[in-house]
Design a binder for this molecule. Sequence first.
Ligand SMILES: [Zn+2]
Length: 259
Amino acid sequence: MTDLILSEPPVIERNAHGASPFLLTCDHYGRAIPDALGNLGLPERELTRHIAWDIGIAGVAEQVSDALGAHLIAQRYSRLVIDCNRPPEVASSIPVLSEATPVPGNEGISRADADARRAEIFEPYHNRIDEAIDARLRDGRPTVLVSLHSFTPVYAGVARPWHIGTLYHRDTTLAPLLLKLLRAEGDLVVGDNQPYAVSDVTDFTIPVHGEKRGLMNTGIEIRQDLIADEAGQTQWAERLTRLLREIEATLVTPRSAHV
Ligand SMILES: [Zn+2]
């Protein structure tokens, strides 16, 4: 196995001891590439595009985490190295083609090299989420998993109309509530399992950490042009913080506490 020798750890955490019931994850937070992999054979302009990471979501995730006192667990390396929201056994885990861009550094990758990316990036990230959930359940703390993403405004030449979307599969509690609140905002085009739906083949974080652990969960996708700069990130973080607080009051606080 070729060690990657990472200069920085894959896992980034914030507010690990925060009291919020929300556990935030950010699979596509960063676009770092381990030195050993060079630039994966891609020019710099490709490595700053949406194919490399979820543009804008890092700033939103950090601000929501700080405002709510919610534990954020995020992943620093590019999804072009290994996609932390794909089962590692599927082909798109280490993509040879991302949208229309071939990724030369991923073509013909050996089993050993694929295993190294899994062992050094994918596993530490998901193990940390597992540990955090274990600790919360052990302490009897309410835990609601929110997986944060952003999506490109144009994909394969087609413009996407939604400002934000909720993504869900087996949990039918949290996403409908979030959808209702988002629609009540009045100024948003809201995707219901758009632009993506969650599945066991195309996703990892929600099926494994949310559904298999029996946690209430949803994914949130925000359109990248809305959060490309700091002002947009702050605006969306404030909106999400307000809505998540409303959800917390509805779902997590025992009804008797309102009497
Ligand atoms: Zn994403």
